[in-house]
Design a protein around this ligand. Sequence first.
Ligand SMILES: [Zn+2]
Length: 164
Amino acid sequence: MKAPTSNAISQTSHGLYKAVDYRAIPDPKIYAPEAGKITFRGSEGNCGNKLWLEGATGRHTFCHLSFFNVALNQNVSQGQVLGTMGNTGLSTGPHLHWALRLTNGEWVYPPSKVGGSMTEDQKRVEELEHLVDELRAEVERLEHIIDKLNAPLKILAPGKYEVK
Ligand SMILES: [Zn+2]
């Protein structure tokens, strides 16, 4: 999945609700993060002019648009221009609000699903998870050796063995 814009992120936090905001400059166009279908196109409250894009990853919500380039029920390809960022709804200036609900219903911070742009923290977590896996495998290997040793040997005291 790609980001809908290469503009800078202007806001990462929306409280408990997971979403991200991007600046409308230098390029205010919104590009489809993945292929999918437009399942909502209209104006709705705080979101202003809103689009839903249903893709393989889940449902993307885009808010505050000034212009739509796609129609309801239209199939779009990845990278296709969906519309232009704007200032409609509850917004203090032109920007893009992007939220992502996975197909399993879980809301996620959208940039976390963008390929090739993991944050340093995410990379560190993946490295640590990999190390934990390696340590688990090593512990299993050692337990296996201890089992073998314990078969012909009887433990007399910690660290001291006697051949039967
Ligand atoms: Zn927002």
